[in-house]
Design a protein around this ligand. Sequence first.
Ligand code: PEP
Ligand code: MG
Length: 311
Amino acid sequence: DEREPVEEVRPQAPVKPMTATEVKVNVSIPDAAERAAATGADGVGLLRIEHMILSTNKTPERYIDDHGEDEYVSEIVDGVRGVAEEFYPRPVRVRTLDAPTDEFRQLEGGESEPAEHNPMLGYRGIRRSLDRPDLFEYELAAFRRLFDLGYDNVEIMFPLVNDAEDVLRARRLMEEAGIDPDKQDWGVMIETPAAALGVEAMADAGIDFVSFGTNDLTQYTLAVDRNNERVADRFDELHPSVLKLISETIETCREEGVSTSICGQAASKPEMVQHLVNEGVTSISANIDAVRDVQHEVKRVEQKLLLDNVR
Ligand code: PEP
Ligand code: MG
C-alpha cells in the first residue's frame, strides 16, 4: 500500500455559527475575561465598573479618601484593561457607575449615603454621575488613560439616561475629560420608557449605540420592582408593551444610524432573541453560559428569515 499515512485527526473546537447579528458576552467580573473570550463572542456587551470599585468594599468617596484619586483611577484602568486586552480588537462596552444607594449604604463609607424610599427610582446611574462631576471625572479619566494606552476597542456606556439633556451633559463631561466623543464609540442604556420614546433626540446628541437594559426597562414599564418577590410573577420582559418599546427604538435607531443591542438578562430567552433578530437588532449580549445557545438561536432565526424571504 503506497498511500500516504492519514494524518491524525484532532478534535476540533466547536465551530461558532456565522451570523449577521453579533453575539456578545456580558462580563461580570474582570477575572472571567479569559473564559468569556473563549466563547468566541464578538465582544463584550456589558462590563460594569462597579465590580471594580465595590469589590473593594468601599464607596468611591471612601476609597478616594483612603487611597487617593490616582489609585481610584488605576483600579478602574486595571480592571478594564484586563478585559480589553483579552478581547482586543473586539469591542468592550464599559458602563459607568450604576449602583443604587441601598447597595452603597452597605459599604464602608455608606453611612453618608441618602436613605431613599425608592432607591430604584432615585439617586443612581447617570443621575448620580451628573450630580457629582467631581467624582465622575475620575471614571472618565480612567477611560482617557485607556484610550491613551491604545485600547481603542473600549466603548463608554451611560446607564439610566432619560433624555437628550442627560446625554448632552454626559457628553460635555467627556469632552472636559479630554475624550473626543466623535472619535470614541459611546452610547447609552435604554432602561426607561422615557429613553425609549426619546431616542431620536439622543441620537442627535451623537451617540453611536444604545443597549436595552431589559431588567430595568421591564421594571419601569410595568411598574414592577425587579427585586420584589411578591410581584415576581408579573415581571415579564416579553410583555407586549416592553417589546413594543424595543421595536420602536430599533426602528428609530436604524433610521438614525445608531446601532442597537441588548444586555439585560432577557437576552438569553429564545423568544427575546427571536423578537430582536426579527426587528434587526445589531447585537445581543448574553451571560457567558448562555452565549453558545444564543449564537445557535440567532443562526436559526436568521435562516428562517432568509427562507421566508425567498418563499
Ligand atoms: C438592565 O437593567 O437590564 C441591566 C443590564 O443593568 P443592571 O441589571 O445592572 O441594572
Ligand atoms: Mg439596569
